[in-house]
Ligand binder design. Structure first.
Ligand code: TEU
Ligand code: CA
Length: 558
């Protein structure tokens, strides 16, 4: 396995709007991020991924970009950015930016020109079509629900938007679009950033002819229309970005790539041939989709989760590198979803941390995950901020669906669960701001906050620190081979990491009740030593074990 810095790193995702407000306007900003760099360094972070900070119309919090080479007014200035990058580098950390190239804002100058007339030179930068029988050109639904087409009365055509109607899709077939994007990418890389998280990259190519295709709600585990998911020919675009930009720099790239099967891993992230270094796969975070799709919820199944992780862990061995995550700014909080925030907040948060941080790959911690931040339940629709929620709510009501079930679904799945302000301390608004934040704080900041956890030796935060230290202390935990253990066990997830003669065993109880297991015979004689656990115990024998609720144990075997 080829050794490289980004494989040995631990990454941290910042959603700047909700991280830290430095100037008392209720909105997080770059100076706010700057004030917390020492906190991140102390946690053990090597790479900071910062969500979009470009000039934006803010319909989708920065993912609708109106100028790729300027900073969002609320977040600060380009001088703030330059200083932030310098301060990050000074501390031996790196910064990666969000690269959003599937679409721009409808306020981007390209789109303003494009919509101005059918004959405008920029017309073909976006995807315009005539009506079909007086209605939308095809049946595609937006990822944010509703039709993916918006009618423009001025030029009497529709434009395609896979996300909000303020996010028109770029026409990647147009070589001028790719040329302009390459220039923009190089501009940022020349500035000195260390790579990109590449947004919604699966969708940049559309099926030629834009035919009707089945919409996602009927398809379990898939949340987008197959007319624009991983379409044949997408690699020509990706390889061009690699050849003309990425390949000239010592950077890392991680694509947000839902719907890529592992059989195509080599093409996407193969060590030499892949256009990207890593992808975020979605299978495990889609585990709790219900029969009606993403907004519906179902109980996740541990056996299926094991199959998914085993597939990616063993499937990428010697082929590519995993990006490990349980949370991001689009996902509900992991302890609320997969643990028990009420009865076993600490134990289950730590267990989930142990689970994903010690696999093979680069772990990405999402802000607040390191203190076990939880989902929020807003009583009023108006407390939510996400454009996606409003689209969904409107559609459900038009369909005559029950309001309380709709609100339940929103409380469970809302992306805003991940976007409540970072909980720094127990002062008003959790120390995030001095004024009412742009989105309500989770009232549990009184109990769950950084300040409290910094001083509590048994806190989730201190456990994360120990886990990161452990991970970095051993090549085994970075490059070692993954092997699934106790595969048939209904409640325990166990695996080993091995390099040369050294191994680690990771044994995790995924449920809030005690459970028994037997060590595989081949491990028993090797006298494993406990190196980390979320309960206090060091005197373990290796015959028959009982794991406590959500117990996690890491053993080292020499
Ligand atoms: O997310 C893309 C996105 O919506 C996926 O999570 C989606 O479920 C998948 O692509 C469908 O197959 C990114 C950003 O993370 C998100 O915050 C933005 O809203 C979105 O792109 C649009 O830029
Ligand atoms: Ca601010």
């Amino acid at each position: 396995m080829h050794k490289v810095w980004w494989k040995e790193a631990v990454a941290y995702e910042i959603y700047p709007r909700s991280f830290m407000d430095s100037n008392g306007d209720g909105i997080g900003d770059l100076q706010g991020v700057m004030s917390r760099l020492d906190y991140l360094k102390d946690l053990g972070i090597d790479i900071i991924w910062i969500c979009p900070i470009y000039r934006s119309s803010n319909d989708d919090n920065g993912y609708d970009i109106s100028d790729y080479q300027d900073i969002m007014t609320e977040f600060g200035s380009m001088a703030d950015f330059d200083l932030l990058m310098t301060e990050i580098h000074k501390r031996g950390m790196r910064i990666i930016m969000d690269l959003v190239i599937n679409h721009t804002s409808d306020e981007h100058p390209w789109f303003i020109e494009s919509r101005s007339s059918r004959g405008n030179p920029k017309r073909d930068y976006y995807i315009w079509r005539d009506a079909r029988n007086g209605a939308e050109p095809n049946n595609w639904e937006s990822v944010f629900t509703g039709s993916a087409w918006e009618y423009d009365a001025h030029t009497e055509q529709y434009y395609l938007h896979l996300y909000s109607k303020k996010q028109p899709d770029l026409n990647m077939e147009n070589p001028m679009v790719r040329h302009d994007l390459v220039r923009m990418i190089r501009w940022w890389l020349d500035k000195g950033i260390d790579g990109f998280r590449v947004d919604a990259i699966t969708h940049i190519k559309k099926l030629p002819g834009l035919p009707d295709m089945p919409n996602p709600n009927n398809l379990r585990y898939v949340d987008s229309n197959p007319g624009h998911r991983n379409i044949e020919g997408i690699h020509e675009f990706l390889q061009q970005f690699k050849r003309e930009a990425f390949a000239d720099y010592d950077i890392m790239t991680v694509g947000e790539a839902s719907g890529i099967p592992i059989t195509e891993a080599d093409r996407w992230i193969g060590e030499t041939s892949g256009a990207l270094n890593m992808i975020f796969q979605f299978e495990h975070v889609n585990l709790d989709f219900g029969p009606e799709g993403r907004w519906d919820y179902a109980t996740w199944d541990l056996a299926e989760w094991k199959r998914i992780m085993n597939k990616w862990q063993t499937g990428l061995e010697g082929v590519g590198w995993n990006a490990l995550y349980l949370e991001n700014h689009d996902q509900p909080r992991s302890v609320s979803r997969f643990g028990d925030p009420v009865h076993y907040h600490k134990e289950s948060s730590k267990m989930l941390a142990t689970f994903f941080m010690l696999m093979q790959g680069t772990p990405f911690i999402y802000q607040g995950q390191e203190i076990g931040m939880t989902n929020v339940e807003f009583a009023e629709l108006s407390d939510y901020r996400d454009v996606e929620i409003y689209n969904y709510y409107r559609e459900r009501l038009l369909d005559g669906k029950d309001v309380s079930e709709t609100m339940r679904r929103i409380a469970y799945r809302a992306r805003d669960n991940a976007r409540t302000p970072m909980q720094w301390d127990d002062t008003l608004y959790g120390g995030f701001s001095t004024v009412v934040p742009w989105i309500r704080s989770n009232p549990n900041y009184h109990e769950i906050n950084v300040e409290q956890q910094l001083t509590d030796p048994d806190s989730i935060l201190n456990y994360y620190k120990a886990l990161i230290r452990l991970r970095k202390s051993s090549e085994v935990l970075i490059y070692g081979k993954y092997q699934a253990l106790l595969q048939e066990h209904p409640e325990i997830f166990a695996y080993s990491r091995t390099l040369g003669k050294e191994s680690y065993l990771i044994v995790l109880n995924f449920y809030g009740r005690t459970t028994d297991f037997q060590f595989p015979a081949e491990w028993r004689d090797l006298l494993p030593e406990v190196v980390l656990s979320n309960y206090d115990r060091s005197d373990r024998s290796l015959n028959q074990f009982t794991l406590k609720p959500y117990e996690a144990i890491v053993y080292r075997v020499n």
